[in-house]
Write a protein that binds this ligand. Structure first.
Ligand code: KG4
Ligand code: ZN
Length: 322
């Protein structure tokens, strides 16, 4: 069955055609990021207006690239929550109209669950049950997944999301937006253990908190003349240690809590998805940890880590089939 996936929860207008939940025939993503960059964050009004302008053409492209016709689509899957309300509204109205006019069934998808489904788009697929870690710009969650229709939330961030912390630290260092890829690149030149940062403790052991470490970076920068000077002169020399030390402790925290979740749930399988999971250092550290602790780790293919509609179409098929 061909499924048309539609994703508009944030700044990406994405449409994809996926066969039987596995074969990605097309995956078109149009991002409005360049219009948000100057504001150093996503402006919801701009995002939703651009979804309206592009959703038609992105859908046409996705159907054309898949070498099919809308009439051959058996199911429409659309991200229904969580996300920016105005952006979700555009995708959901469009999907409902398409479903009604073509008489194709419509299924509503949880964006975070779709990030976990993304790892099922690779050759090596996990078995159930598993612990799922979603690390994105808006969310940091741990789930216990018995099947895609039986997902239990076992931990989430109490304040900033993991990707949001990367974005905010990059803004503090005046490096640009979005911060994740910039921090990752800069961190390769820095000393990871040079500065001691810490992620705040949380009352529930599987919850996360990233707002304290962001403030710690801010104070470190304020109190360190060399770093302050580097930021003013746009000289990255002294910033690499900050980026590397920050990134390392965030990864330490993600690993520690994921291992704890696997222990609590008595499973060795860990599935990781979301925009931050494209980070090479994160992957390297999780893989080496897996070797030590006997965990079986599954990452999404890189092209399906950040927001896309293939993961939405895939999960739509999976839920419809069961
Ligand atoms: O999953 P995603 O595309 O959107 C949401 O659902 O939020 O994730 C976007 C987030 C941004 O915060 C971005 O800075 C982060 O993923 N990100 C990264 C990297 N690439 C993107 N974080 C760390 N390292 C990266 N290489
Ligand atoms: Zn996402």
């Amino acid at each position: 069955m061909l499924v048309l996936g539609i994703e508009t929860s944030c700044d990406e207008t994405a449409v994809s055609v996926v066969g039987n939940g596995r074969r990605v025939y097309s995956n078109v993503v149009s991002s409005s990021l360049k219009f948000h960059r100057r504001y150093k964050g996503i402006i919801p009004e701009i995002a939703s207006r651009l979804h309206i302008e592009t959703i038609n053409i992105v859908t046409e492209d996705a159907v054309k690239q898949a070498g099919t016709k809308l009439e051959d689509i058996g199911l429409i899957a659309v991200t229904a929550y969580p996300g920016l309300p105005g952006s979700l509204l555009v995708g959901n109205c469009f999907a409902s109209a398409l479903s009604f006019s073509l008489n194709i069934p419509l299924i509503k998808i949880n964006h975070l669950h779709a990030h976990l489904y993304a790892s099922f788009l690779s050759e090596r697929r996990p078995c159930f049950p598993f612990v799922g870690l979603v690390v994105s710009g808006g969310h940091t969650n741990l789930f216990y997944v018995r099947s895609f229709s039986r997902i239990e939330s076992i931990g989430c961030t109490q304040d900033d999301a993991c990707g949001e912390a990367f974005d905010k630290v990059a803004i503090i260092l005046n490096l640009g937006y979005p911060g994740g890829p910039i921090i990752e690149k800069l961190a390769t030149q820095g000393d990871r253990r040079r500065i001691i940062f810490r992620c705040s403790n949380t009352r529930a052991p599987l919850d996360f908190s990233f707002s304290g470490i962001k403030t710690a970076v801010l104070y470190y920068v304020k109190n360190n003349l060399k770093v302050k000077d580097s930021i003013m002169r746009k000289d990255k020399r002294h910033l690499a240690d900050v980026a590397a030390s920050f990134q390392e402790v965030v990864i330490d925290t993600l690993i520690r809590k994921s291992i704890l979740a696997c222990r609590f749930k008595n499973t060795k399988r860990l599935v990781i998805g979301g925009g931050v999971s494209v980070n090479n250092r994160l992957r390297e550290r999780f893989v080496s940890q897996a070797r030590d602790s006997g965990l079986d780790i599954y990452f999404s293919p890189r092209e399906f880590c950040t927001d896309n509609a293939a993961m939405v179409a895939g999960l739509g098929y999976c839920l419809r089939k069961n």
